[in-house]
Write a protein that binds this ligand. Structure first.
Ligand SMILES: [Fe+2]
Ligand SMILES: [Fe+2]
Length: 405
């Protein structure tokens, strides 16, 4: 996983705090010699770190989340005896590709990292740290979910299970590489602590498919866009991690393609009116989350020579075009009205953040927030209700085998 999917939960009852059983996360076992960063969620207790001075991260609605799902339902969905739509030969082919492990030797650091980090001072240094923390958390979130799916599906579908395990290998590498980046700034995310202490958001399997597919594809488009931009404008290459994005994003693309194959094997999640409504909902949720997040961090994007809104719109449009190949409906993001709505949401969000920064007592702050939240909700609803684009290239109701993606 690479991108953040945090803004909206589909139905509040799906959210609960759980800690799935996990193996021994490889990336969580790094020796921490520096300041250790933990995250404190409102619902969790922050224990003191034994490993050094810790730095808190403000947890907000837009912070990258950790996910868990109904693993029993997942087992039923991928049971070949129950589901005859599972195209095992396609999964076998995907497994071979994951086994090839194209990026086995890609994530090797060099001395440029520390040198570049030492040159970053003042606000830009802080912005880079935040970028590394958020990216590491998002990658680690994918690692945890895929690792558990790999473990739980072993009996019912060993091929699908092994792909999940190999995807968790990729995400562990990504998270670990970002955490190593934090070491250049004398920091480290305490991933073992995060695993235990953070709140997990529960999504039913079908929502995991929509959300994770989008997260992987939007991650791919973010990474490749940054990579291409910095290749063309090397003067903005402030830190060498971006040079790794070209091969890195191919991992995310493969992960997204695997979810595409999974969804094809579950046509009931793609072929009716409810699927269309949910597909649009998840697109909106992912796009708005990214746009609001990035517009709060324009200094980072400007620091690497990008115009934040142009970058985001490019990523949204490309992700939407890719997504239209599999989702039964997508948003009309190329309609200029869509961007106008996003920009209004940014303005409202800025006002909401400003309320939080005032010296008012909590009650007054909450009263001031009510009209703003109502305005944000109404913009979201209006964006959701814009005429969608019917998409998907297969008539799932008839399962025409000759139609391909
Ligand atoms: Fe990743
Ligand atoms: Fe990924």
């Amino acid at each position: 996983m690479a991108a953040e999917m945090a803004m909206v939960k589909p139905i509040s009852k799906f959210s609960r705090t759980t800690t799935p059983r996990l193996g021994n996360p490889r990336v969580a076992s790094y020796n921490v010699k520096f300041s250790t960063i933990t995250m404190s969620a409102a619902t969790t207790t922050t224990k003191p770190s034994k490993k050094g001075a810790k730095q808190g991260i403000k947890e907000t609605l837009l912070t990258p989340r950790f996910y868990t799902t109904d693993f029993d339902e997942m087992e039923r969905l991928f049971n070949t005896e129950i589901n005859d739509k599972l195209n095992q030969s396609e999964f076998e082919a995907l497994l071979q590709e994951f086994k090839t492990d194209y990026n086995q030797t890609h994530f090797v650091r060099n001395k440029e990292f520390k040198e570049a980090a030492d040159k970053l001072e003042g606000p830009i240094r802080q912005i880079f740290v935040e970028f590394l923390e958020r990216s590491c958390t998002a990658e680690f979130s994918g690692f945890l979910l895929y690792k558990e799916l790999g473990r739980r599906l072993k009996k019912t579908n060993p091929v699908v299970a092994e792909i999940f395990s190999l995807m968790s290998r990729d995400e562990a590498r990504h998270a670990g590489f970002l955490n190593k980046g934090l070491s250049d700034f004398n920091l480290a995310l305490d991933l073992g602590f995060l695993t235990k202490a953070r709140k997990y958001t529960f999504f039913k399997p079908k929502f995991i498919f929509y959300a994770t597919y989008l997260s992987e594809k939007i991650g791919y488009w973010r990474y490749i866009t940054i990579y291409r931009h910095l290749k063309a404008n090397p003067e903005y290459q402030l830190y060498p991690i971006f040079k790794y994005f070209e091969n890195w994003c191919q991992d995310e693309n493969r992960h997204g393609d695997f979810f595409s194959a999974l969804m094809k094997a579950q046509p009931q999640f793609l072929n009716d009116w409810k699927a269309k409504l949910w597909a649009r909902f998840f697109c909106l949720s992912v796009y708005v989350t990214m746009y609001l997040n990035d517009c709060q961090r324009t200094a980072f994007y400007e620091g690497i020579g990008l115009n934040t809104k142009e970058f985001d719109m490019h990523v949204i449009i490309e992700t939407n075009r890719t997504t239209a190949r599999i989702f039964p409906a997508v948003l009309d993001v190329e309609n200029p009205e869509f961007k106008r709505k996003l920009d209004r949401m940014v303005e409202i969000n800025q006002k909401l953040l400003a309320v939080g920064d005032t010296q008012d007592i909590p009650l007054v702050k909450n009263l001031k927030r009510i009209p703003l939240i109502a305005a944000l909700a109404s913009e979201l609803l209006a964006a959701y209700l814009m005429p969608p684009i019917e998409s998907g290239s297969v008539d799932f109701a008839e399962f025409e085998p000759q139609l391909v993606y």
